[in-house]
Ligand binder design. Structure first.
Ligand code: NIG
Ligand code: FE
Length: 408
């Protein structure tokens, strides 16, 4: 029988993590055709059956599905490095926000930035994520907080994603914080969110989900309920920030609203955990670099969540204020150190777990036959080494949609 033509053969891997039960445990090669995974197996067997146009030597590295970052705030113009010094002097995150810093300082910068400047920044954020192995991401607006600036943020995010070839699942985060001009009359901003912003975003079709920050000093449970109902009525999926610093019923509301996910959870209560366990649908979004970056001593109760079979993902929360890292491998290190997850659990959370939370698991997050051929070669001898080192990038080669990416 003659060998069939195919697009690409990735070979000489130390192993292939595919999350696909049909793939043999001793696989070291992947066959790709028309941008999709076709077969995983032993190099000699695959070479007998396939005649590849192109080959990629994994050079003894580990092949894994492309990483998916399911919680990112990429639309910011400048960093907030000075806050780092304030925090060193003991000023806490919510206190900085109260003084008009934090999220509102990023809002001022985004509003002032030209489209060209902002586009350049967002593109560079996507490139930095890509270099660390992110091959698809969710991305939030949330530093505009006006009809005009939120629409601008979502449009620019989409343009940047297209320009950088980053598959993007966009989320509208107009309810990140009350903007300065509505601080005295927050209900007016809620009216604008519900009557103007959500419908405008819907009409333009530039976000699949809506998000809200439920927290003291941001949105309370009652305000969040109104926003979530408006968003749901318009057909948005919900992805929610809650239980980061204070437990004010955000997780319970997320479950009640059948949100796709509720993220942070460092202050999750037993009642919140129970609600998530009963739901079985709403994902826990674990962001283990955040408490590190904010010098907090608490972490999300990841082991309890996993034990209760709550579906989960792990993300970077890449943003200028609470997690200034574009690197999912770095997040894996923190997941192992601070959340007590295994390497396998960490990798799962940023591949198939993340894909499931976004409803894209038919195509992404694993290397089963027919899946998009988005994969990485990691310079690691085995899966135990994933998240073991920190401060260095293990990604040596990237394939997206079957195309080998040039180093950027
Ligand atoms: O997920 N907690 C709310 N929002 C972001 C931080 C945004 C910022 O500080 O700029 C987060 O941590
Ligand atoms: Fe966030």
């Amino acid at each position: 029988m003659s060998a069939k033509p195919c697009q690409l053969l990735v070979h000489h891997a130390s192993g292939v993590v595919s999350w696909n039960d049909a793939a043999p445990a001793d696989a070291n090669s992947v066959v790709i055709d028309a941008g999709k995974v076709v077969e995983i197996g032993q190099e000699a067997d695959l070479r007998a059956a396939w005649n590849p146009t192109q080959e990629l030597d994994a050079e003894g590295g580990l092949v894994v599905p492309g990483l998916i970052d399911a919680h990112v705030h990429p639309v910011f113009a400048v960093g907030r490095a000075e806050e780092f010094d304030w925090r060193a002097q003991g000023v806490e995150y919510l206190e900085i926000a109260k003084r008009g810093g934090g999220i509102l300082s990023s809002v001022r910068n985004v509003r002032a930035a030209s489209d060209e400047n902002l586009l350049g920044k967002v593109r560079s954020h996507f490139r930095r994520m890509r270099r660390h192995g992110t091959t698809a991401c969710e991305g939030k607006s949330g530093y505009g907080l006006s009809v005009e600036s939120e629409l601008k943020s979502l449009e620019i995010m989409q343009m940047a994603a297209e320009a950088e070839g980053m598959p993007l699942y966009a989320t509208f985060l107009g309810a990140h914080m009350f903007p300065e001009e509505h601080r005295e009359n927050p209900e007016r901003y809620l009216d604008i969110l519900c009557a103007e912003m959500l419908p405008a975003v819907k009409e333009q079709g530039i976000a699949r989900a809506a998000d809200i920050f439920i927290e003291e000093g941001a949105f309370n449970q009652e305000q969040a309920r109104r926003y979530c109902e408006c968003a749901k009525d318009l057909g948005f999926a919900l992805r929610i920030h809650a239980d980061q610093f204070h437990e004010i019923g955000g997780t319970q509301l997320a479950v009640e609203m059948e949100a796709e996910c509720v993220d942070h959870l460092e202050s999750l209560s037993d009642a919140g955990l129970e609600a998530l366990a009963l739901s079985g649908k709403t994902f826990a979004g674990l962001l283990p670099t955040v408490p590190h970056f904010l010098r907090q001593k608490i972490d999300a109760p990841a082991r309890k969540l996993l034990q209760a079979k709550v579906p989960y993902f792990i993300a970077t929360d890449f943003n200028p204020g609470s997690s200034y890292t574009p690197s999912l491998p770095e997040a894996a290190h923190f997941a192992r150190i601070r959340l007590n997850l295994t390497a396998e659990e960490a990798l799962f959370g940023m591949t198939l777990g993340a894909a499931r939370s976004l409803g894209i698991e038919a195509q992404k997050g694993h290397l089963g036959p027919g899946a998009d051929a988005d994969l990485l070669v990691l310079d690691l001898p085995d899966l135990f080494h994933f998240g073991y080192a920190f401060g260095e990038n293990p990604v040596s080669k990237i394939v997206i949609g079957g195309k080998v990416q040039a180093k950027s």
